[in-house]
Design a protein around this ligand. Sequence first.
Ligand code: ASP
Ligand code: MG
Length: 477
Amino acid sequence: MVGSSPQTLVMKFGGTSVGTPEAITQTAQIIQRQRALTPRLIVVTSALSGVTDLLLNSAAAAARGDSNTYNQAVQTLRNKHEAALKALIPDRARQEEIRGAITLLILDFANLCQAIGVLGEATPRALDAVASLGERMAVRLLAGVLENMNVSAQYVEATRLIVTDDNFQSANPDIPATQMATRAVLNTLLDQGVVPVVTGFAGATRSGVTTTLGRGGSDYTAALIGATLPADEVWIWTDVDGVMTADPRIVPGATTIEELTYREVSELAYAGAKVLHPKTIRPVIEAGIGLRVLNTFNPDCPGTRLVSELPVADQHIVKSVTAIRGQSLVTLEGRGMLGVPGVAARTFAAIAATGTSITLISQASSEQAICLAVPVNTAEVLVSALQNEFYREIQRKDIDRVWATGEVVIVTVVGEGMRSTPGVAGKVFSALGEKRVNVIAIAQGSSEVSISFVINAEDIRTAVQTLHDLVIKEGAR
Ligand code: ASP
Ligand code: MG
């Protein structure tokens, strides 16, 4: 376990950490051991792995008039939670109580899906009501397991803590209101020596309507609670040994990065490394509290510590390489675009109107093409939206064409040391060139903490492995 023991600590567990009875046991033991060291301990949990997807897919199916999917999901939800209940809570009365509570939530789910079916539409507001149910089941289960281990615990609905606007599916917290609620509710429990077990992901508007913070948002919940309470540290428990130098499924030799700056981890989060929800970092930096990423299934590994600055001597030039799959590159090109103001603005406005988020942008200074990486399933819609927007320019041949590639991958290398080291881009592209990986487009963030580039989907392994060799080499400078 981690050497130091903060006095006030938020520990967040992801879906896989509560995905099976064995995982829940592991998680509960981590909490029990930490409770002996940390007097004020708050737990935040995700839904059991797979549950949020199941809930949302059922709601979407219901909107299309398919009621089979949610009826089957009812059974899956029952079985999943029942397996844990039977295995981990032998006390009959407690088992019965929690089963009853979970059954009610499953009933809510079925009713919501039925209503969605009647309306023929799943509004963002309805989707949040459905999506947040997974965490609500999980907290009841986990608090029960802890009580069963004689750890005094109480589940808490984050709708009582996290106050948000009504931007459903990606709600924004009102920090002062959240701070007031968090302190009022949690301090009362903490003063009594109780471990609050809080639903991740969810919040509520001022008038009490349930919202969610966006997919993967439980990390953000933990950060918000940690920052507002405030806690000394926030620990994110996941299923890998912290932040890795690369995806170990692609690079078997990938290792844990011991220390990473907030800037580096933000770049990684945006670059598809599924380590932390991108919004997690900011509240933690602003509150000046510690953040760590740990592995539930290897709790003795110290994981990765996130820090605001690293001494220059400890800065590896390239620290990690990561990839986002399933992208397409949409290109708008034409000699007539040269010097015409407003093309970029109109391009982005047209794309924004379709609700697509752009992953990468690159424009050459010749101004003859704008390239955008977007999720591959949105490419077709975007191409037509852009063709409509630039209909007249296309007729006049100022714009030659708007087109999309097949599936491509964005690879990003991240490292704070790149800022002060010339020639990194050169090394990156020479290494790729040697392996005959064709680079289609390039972008560098102005923070200079990362370089991203687009390659063909089939080159992903070669590219990531090649650049990982560079991570190891440059790391040892
Ligand atoms: N359960 C939610 C999701 O799958 C939130 C989370 O896991 O952080 O997106
Ligand atoms: Mg998650």
